[in-house]
Design a protein around this ligand. Structure first.
Ligand SMILES: [Cu+2]
Length: 133
């Protein structure tokens, strides 16, 4: 009786240690991720980049504004579990229904500000591609 209790305690202790370790690893990983984000290149900054990436996640375009050079390409990736579109309000580009995990690319050869939205979900906030050198 005493022996089996001790064994149980040992088991619980090792399970607890594993849990603690995984929590630590998770914490460490999330720190690393946020660091990576803050050192991400300037696709949403003041300097236009050649190519920019936009994630569609949690029913939002992220980053909501990207700046690319004339001739630059924007790649949208649907990271949600439901289809979305990236559709220019003035019709200059339209991904159509973009399935989960798929990407859509548009190349911008004209300077300007392109506001776009998702035609499937009207509650999703508009987003912007700014093109200019
Ligand atoms: Cu959508």
């Amino acid at each position: 009786m005493k022996t089996s209790k001790n064994t149980l305690m040992k088991k619980m202790k090792s399970i607890f240690a594993v849990l603690l370790l995984s929590a630590g690893v998770l914490l460490f990983n999330s720190c690393g991720k946020s660091n990576n984000n803050s050192t991400n290149p300037t696709s949403n900054g003041n300097v236009p980049v050649q190519d920019a990436n936009v994630s569609i996640q949690n029913f939002a375009f992220s980053p909501a504004t990207v700046r690319v050079k004339i001739g630059g390409t924007v790649t949208w990736t649907n990271k949600d579990a439901t289809p979305h579109t990236a559709t220019d309000l003035n019709g200059s580009f339209d991904s159509g229904s973009l399935p989960v995990d798929q990407t859509y690319k548009a190349t911008f050869n004209t300077a300007g500000t392109f506001t776009y939205h998702c035609t499937i979900h009207s509650m999703m906030p508009n987003a912007t591609v700014i093109v200019g050198n």
